[in-house]
Design a protein around this ligand. Sequence first.
Ligand SMILES: [Zn+2]
Length: 205
Amino acid sequence: MRIYDISMPICHDMTVYKDREENRPVCEMTRDYPEGARESKICMGMHTGTHVDAPKHMIEGGDGIDALDLRQVVTECRVLDLTYFTGGITQQGLADKDIQLGEFILLKTKNSFEDAFDPEFVYLGESGARFLADKRIKGVGIDALGIERAQPGHQTHITLFKSGITIIEGLRLKNIPEGRYFLSAAPLSVVDADGAPARAVLIDA
Ligand SMILES: [Zn+2]
């Protein structure tokens, strides 16, 4: 059995959305060995690093991340190689991928080959989101810190959430060949939160 870690390591200097300082994790030591043991704490955004979005992120009154059925994110999945794509992934970009009802799809793009934040990152366009919603997939993950970019009204997120599709952002897929895997990406169960960090791994049985 092979396990691929597809998560971003968490530290103060990690890549964060739009390079905003307020998105950076702040780690602090609260106790050290002379006091008996080392203990620390972290303050970070729920959408920093690899994380799962909850419907509440975009829909007022939507479910929090603690309401997520873990079968949504501990599941078989398929990695699609879309590394030739620039801009928004469209319906046409996904049409020949034989996407099936109930699949969990991970979008591997050229984002996985760039560690710095790129304002022109590849994202899932609205037509691509509608296509996945029509296919009634279970979930979609992307190797960008946002699944959409500069869309007034956040139509990609809203289309996916309204179709019950789980969204994972901040994946790292550089070393993952296209194909089928078992995904484990359970988010922290933070009560009523709009998202939460996850340790995402792929298992190649
Ligand atoms: Zn998010």
